[in-house]
Design a protein around this ligand. Sequence first.
Ligand code: DC
Length: 240
Amino acid sequence: MPRLTIAIDGPAGSGKSSVARRIAAMLEYLYLDSGAMYRALALKALRKAVPLDDESRLVALAKETHIELKPPTLEQEAAGAKNRVFLDGEDVTSEIRTAEVAQAASRLATIAKVREVLVAEQQRAGAGGGVVMEGRDIGTVVLPKAELKIFLDASPEVRAERRWKEHQEKGEKMTLAEVFDEVIERDRRDRERKVSPLVRATDAVLVDNTAMAIEETARLIVMLAREHEKKLAEVAGGQP
Ligand code: DC
């Protein structure tokens, strides 16, 4: 069977990471969480106290930073990690999952030249097919030729509740109202920014999983992927 390139985009808490990770496992594809790269860079900026509106320093930081994504260890997976994230060789898998880092990532993601650096990395990582990549601009900018594009969405209330549960499981004391505000603010910034805003690609399938479990959503997308794989195999088989 041919191996597809699958792009999954959507707002915070839409279930992208959990769904994409499961799809990749079911199809035996590589899973790549592009948001983890923005988060890792944001963590470095916060640690070095680089102001999040200092474009030239952030671009320089992006250029000198090495971010690597790998499959998680069993222990990290049990704790909810979908990718193992290395920042200049240091494992920052759990450090990048705070609301503070998420907000900082969303802020530096508004800078075109920072995006250029990370997008080039993502395109390198995604080249060759057999990959499920998730983020905000995967179907529109990073992998515009992906054979299957999904725009995953859910109601703001459900998305905030999912994020709140994740924070609770990690023992972080944020109220549901605080998480709701964080998610809404980040969404607004991600959708309204000038460069590569979060938008549904015209050829993306819209999947609203407000009333669907993660497993069910993943199975639906795997069904779509299998259909695409079959079609591609037929086209390839029909060629002389
Ligand atoms: O997917 P996430 O919540 O981990 O992403 C964190 C932030 O990174 C998100 O608010 C916006 C930014 N991001 C982006 O601009 N483009 C992507 N492809 C992925 C993430």
